[in-house]
Design a protein around this ligand. Structure first.
Ligand code: GDP
Length: 300
């Protein structure tokens, strides 16, 4: 909870400075207070549809029963945000037998390779045996970068040379993970957005490749999104979710933005659970996402 609070410091401070007047109200919350709230939520990047949905609920509540001051408004808002974050179904993804195959997808620069490395360490800390697959073979730097992360978390990595077919590397990695009964295989995929259909075809080929060895793989496809890109990132995410069977989101760089409200917009508009958040550049800076802790951290 403390780390989550710290991660959303900038968003919380921005929200609370804009909401100072509203949250300090000691009388019935009126329309002008709700309008202040609306603009504060928009500034924190909840986006128009999500902000409107929250405001509709609050107005509805206010019609039935007065909202008795800023403290009650704060509690209602927290409940709303938590409910939106909890709404997307979390599919059951535990495989009958190991390995569990996890793809990380997303465009370059979002923090995909860093998150792949952090996730390996996260599972190691859960006492799982982990294998990494460097399937972002277009960027030599990505392979080397991941090798450093693998070393840091003491896990083995399956790699190939730059320019090799990513599906071939993946095939080797899935075979190795199976042979060794590794609990988790984390796969860093290519994020080169040269053409939309090119990238999606590539991801589809990766899925087919994994299925040749494990029919229900990949068990999870985590889309890595950069919190600082806000509503643009949401647009980009739609391309991926339409085409590549995304099961959840990793929201990176939450530490560097006052627009952390994007997490709420993601949950509601993509109907996908946020599974992890990135809160810094170090290996331990990946937190499992907890809707209640997030809502609480944002508004307290
Ligand atoms: P990729 O191209 O998507 O694989 O992106 P990288 O993993 O290379 O990351 C791009 C940059 O973002 C690097 O400088 C990372 O250190 C940085 N980064 C990744 N995740 C986070 C995060 O959660 N917080 C912060 N502050 N920086 C991050």
């Amino acid at each position: 909870l403390d780390r989550m609070r710290q991660a959303v410091t900038r968003t919380r401070e921005s929200l609370s400075s804009r909401l100072e007047g509203v949250l300090a109200l000691t009388r019935t919350v009126d329309e002008s207070a709700l309008e202040d709230l609306e603009s504060a939520l928009l500034t924190s990047d909840l986006g128009l549809p999500t902000t409107t949905a929250i405001l509709d609920q609050l107005r509805d509540h206010a019609r039935r029963k007065d909202i008795d001051g800023g403290e009650e408004l704060r509690e209602l808002l927290k409940e709303q945000i938590q409910a939106i974050l909890e709404a997307p179904a979390r599919p059951i993804v535990e495989p009958a037998e190991p390995p569990k195959v996890i793809f990380l997808v997303g465009v370059n620069g979002t923090g995909k390779t860093t998150t792949t490395g952090k996730l390996a360490a996260w599972y190691r800390a859960e006492n799982k045996s982990v294998l990494l697959c460097a399937a972002d073979t277009f960027r030599a730097a990505a392979i080397e970068q991941l090798e450093v992360w693998a070393g840091r978390s003491g896990v083995e990595m399956i790699r190939s040379r730059q320019g090799a077919d990513p599906a071939a590397v993946l095939y080797d990695a899935v075979a190795a993970a199976k042979a060794r009964s590794a609990d988790i295989l984390v796969v860093d995929t290519a994020g080169r957005l040269h053409t939309k259909s090119g990238l999606m075809d590539e991801l589809e080929k990766m899925r087919r490749t994994a299925k040749r060895l494990i029919p229900e793989a990949p068990h999870e496809v985590l889309l890595v999104m950069d919190a600082t890109t806000g509503q643009n990132g949401l647009q980009q995410a739609r391309l991926f979710t339409e085409a590549s069977g995304v099961t959840g989101i990793v929201l990176t760089k939450l530490d560097g933005t006052a627009k952390g409200g994007i997490a709420v917009a993601i949950a509601r508009e993509l109907n996908l659970p946020v599974r992890f958040v990135g809160v810094g550049e170090k290996i331990g800076d990946l937190l499992e996402f907890d809707p209640a802790a997030f809502a609480d951290s944002l508004l307290s």
